[in-house]
Design a protein around this ligand. Structure first.
Ligand code: DC
Length: 229
């Protein structure tokens, strides 16, 4: 039996860091579903595919030759696309906004559905995304919807990019985040919204350590009561 923890929410809410920390400390698998949408965009750009060409984008999503490997030295995940390591492209703002465009296409989402579900193998899975609790894992054992004010999310993204040595402009980041939130929330296919049974956790002003501890406490409760589905 696989316990599934779904973590959804808008960009910059800390899902990535929180999910990674939870997966590491629980010894569970991690699905970074946003990376899959980013990879479709990156592959499309590499091949010069028009972002309006639904059929070609869907083919790319279906045949995506991707591998996530853990680096030998530690927990660092390396991403290989068609045999090429592309981590330096994955977190750029271009990859993020391209991902949000391809993610609005229902055929692309459908093509990635089973691939995402295949990540749910014992002992457990932390699934990070926008529709983990609503579409991909509707029976997840715990659904968390992480959010934070737009101001704080833009600040966090800014810090993250700077730490990675990437250039960033706070105002542009905030505008881009808000545009992406709008696109993600207003699209017809699997829009960004909390599942009816999700725990909505506003992390504005709360540090990552505390957020991780709060979620761990809930998981511990679920595991000890044997409520896991
Ligand atoms: O979490 P992220 O920034 O890597 O996500 C990139 C884009 O992909 C984001 O704009 C929304 C989209 N996405 C999605 O639609 N569904 C998911 N499960 C994950 C990401």
């Amino acid at each position: 039996m696989t316990t599934v923890l779904a973590i959804d929410g808008p960009g910059g809410a800390g899902k990535g860091t929180v999910s990674k920390r939870l997966a590491e400390s629980l010894g569970w698998h991690l699905l970074d579903s946003g990376a899959l949408y980013r990879l479709v965009g990156i592959a499309a750009r590499k091949r010069g595919v028009d972002f309006a060409n639904v059929a070609q984008l869907t083919d790319i999503a279906r045949d995506l030759d991707v591998e996530f490997r853990v680096a030998e030295a530690g927990e660092l995940v390396r991403t290989w696309l068609e045999g090429e390591q592309i981590d330096h492209l994955l977190r750029t703002e271009t990859a993020g906004s391209d991902a949000s465009v391809v993610a609005a296409i229902p055929e692309v989402r459908a093509a990635l559905l089973q691939r995402q579900r295949d990540f749910a193998v014992p002992p457990g899975l932390v699934a990070d995304g926008r529709d983990m609790g609503t579409v991909v894992f509707p029976d997840a054992d715990l659904k968390v919807f992480l959010t934070a004010s737009a101001e704080e999310r833009a600040h966090r993204r800014y810090k993250q990019l700077k730490e990675q040595g990437l250039s960033a402009n706070l105002r542009a980041l905030r505008e881009e985040l808000q545009a992406r939130d709008r696109r993600d929330s207003e699209r017809a296919a699997a829009p960004l919204k909390p599942a009816p049974d999700a725990w909505v956790l506003d992390t504005t002003g709360i540090g990552i350590d505390e957020v991780v501890a709060m979620i761990r406490e809930r998981i511990a409760g679920i595991l000890s009561s044997g409520e896991s589905k």
